[in-house]
Design a protein around this ligand. Structure first.
Ligand code: NAP
Length: 307
């Protein structure tokens, strides 16, 4: 695949907009793929995507289309939520070039394999990002937290040539042969912190009042990671969870923000994935199971999907 292929970004939410604007700012070819005609009309009325970074906002008139229209896609960045990724990709599978590369940005685990198994023959590159962005209004993204993105392909350790595009766009990144380890570690951190912030309705820092609960979860998650062949991802999990809680003490977790704004959570790809993996290995993790039940009950009480 040429280094000059156009980036197609599927999903113009917080992270999709952050990536699109930086690629466009670097002079790279980028096009948005939006949900449908209504969404496209709304975007065209807006005139572009706006990125706010360090209090400076700039609008970028990135061309957009729907899944049905347009040229063949050689490079696709999937920036939907985990629960939308597979169906969104299937809707444009007919446009993917035979040698297309697909980058999946979703948090948690499970959606990457759902996408990869829906696109046999295409290279799927998994990403794990600690960057933070939110969407104050449609077609706007605010870059709220500097971070880093790891990319890797569980099926092929050779990095793709287009990684240079990310360097040009100023997207801090690193290729890793152990992307599954990165994703498992992040999943464990998310499972130990995010659901408790929803259940206790608190900022991350307030979990210092619930350290016994956090410690019990970390012990079981460590056992799970080890059993799933991820001993490095399991190493010192509890101390890193405490470090993250302290470093992000003033923040509300992404899951807390989703629930407080009445948005669906990615529970299925976090606690749901952990519980399914435990069941596959015949592991009994009572704290993790109970946490998922309590969270599901809370989500149902809020009128949100519990899976
Ligand atoms: P988001 O703001 O909700 O954006 C998702 C976007 O995908 C929305 O604009 C949504 O459109 C669009 N979409 C869904 N289905 C689509 C379809 N079939 N066709 C076209 N567009 C479609 O989510 P996000 O915060 O950017 O998160 C994306 C993923 O990155 C998640 O897995 C998240 O966990 C992960 N992540 C996010 C951050 C962050 O800081 N935001 C950091 C690290 C990882 P509608 O608005 O019409 O639904």
């Amino acid at each position: 695949m040429s280094g000059q292929a156009v980036w197609h970004v599927l999903g113009a939410g917080s992270l999709g907009t952050l990536w699109t604007c930086r690629l466009r700012r670097a002079g790279l070819g980028v096009r948005l793929i939006l949900r449908g005609a209504e969404s496209l009309a709304s975007y065209e009325r807006e005139g572009g995507l706006t990125l706010t970074e360090r209090s400076l906002s700039q609008q970028w008139p990135v061309p957009a289309e729907t899944a049905e229209d347009g040229l063949p896609i050689e490079r696709l960045l999937v920036a939907c939520k985990a629960y939308d990724a597979r169906s969104a990709v299937l809707a444009l599978a007919h446009r993917l070039a035979p040698d297309a590369d697909v980058v999946v940005l979703q948090n948690g685990l499970g959606s990457q394999d759902e996408v990869a198994s829906s696109l046999p023959g295409r290279r799927c590159i998994y990403a794990s990002s600690t960057e933070g962005a939110f969407r104050p209004q449609p077609w706007h993204s605010e870059f709220a937290g500097q971070g880093h993105t790891w990319l890797g392909d569980p099926a092929n350790p050779v990095p793709p040539p287009w990684l240079a595009d990310l360097g040009r766009a100023g997207i801090p990144h690193q290729w890793t042969p152990d992307i599954l380890g990165r994703l498992w570690r992040k999943l464990a951190l998310n499972c130990a912190i995010n659901p408790l912030t929803v259940l206790h309705d608190c900022r991350n820092g307030e979990l210092t009042q619930h350290v016994c609960e956090v410690a019990g979860l970390c012990a079981e998650l460590t056992e799970l990671l080890e059993c799933c062949g991820q001993p490095e991802a399991a190493s010192e999990l509890y101390s890193e969870v405490l470090r993250v809680i302290q470093a992000t003490a003033r923040n509300y977790s992404s899951m807390h923000q989703d629930v407080s704004h009445g948005r669906r959570t990615e529970i299925h790809y976090l606690l749901g994935y952990a519980c399914a993996a435990a069941a596959r290995h015949g592991l009994h993790l009572p704290h993790v199971l109970h946490l998922r039940e309590r969270l599901a009950e809370k989500l149902r009480a809020c009128g949100l999907p519990s899976d």
